[in-house]
Design a binder for this molecule. Structure first.
Ligand code: FES
Length: 112
């Protein structure tokens, strides 16, 4: 697994959706209760940017039609809609930098 340093940890404060790009792939980073999440910044329904939505309680809501996704697993939690999962990525903080691993596919935050 190859982690890529992306932004300083201070740039991802609690409760803020932070869009970034790695090798042309749009990702959104979110920190909640000290836990970091990295999820593709593209809704599996019609491609809206999830970073324009709202996140809380370990979930993120798409701004376009309101589908909610689990930030750790990427699974769609909206039973009526039941859209495909959104890819999530391994993420960690080392030496003040947030690092993301795209190779890990659907993996959540790594504990230190
Ligand atoms: S584009 Fe996200 S729910 Fe439709």
């Amino acid at each position: 697994m190859v982690y890529v340093p992306v932004i300083p940890g201070d740039d991802a404060p609690e409760g803020k959706l932070v869009p970034i790009e790695i090798d042309g792939r749009a990702i959104v980073i979110y920190r909640e209760d000290g836990n970091l999440f990295a999820i593709d910044d593209r809704c599996s329904h019609a491609g809206a940017r999830l970073s324009g939505g709202k996140a809380r309680n370990g979930t993120i809501m798409c701004p376009l039609h309101g589908a909610r996704f689990n930030l750790a697993t990427g699974h769609c939690l909206s039973k009526v809609q039941g859209f495909a999962p959104v890819a999530v990525h391994a993420i960690r903080e080392r030496d003040g930098m947030i690092e993301v691993c795209l190779n890990g596919g659907n993996m959540g935050a790594e504990s230190n």
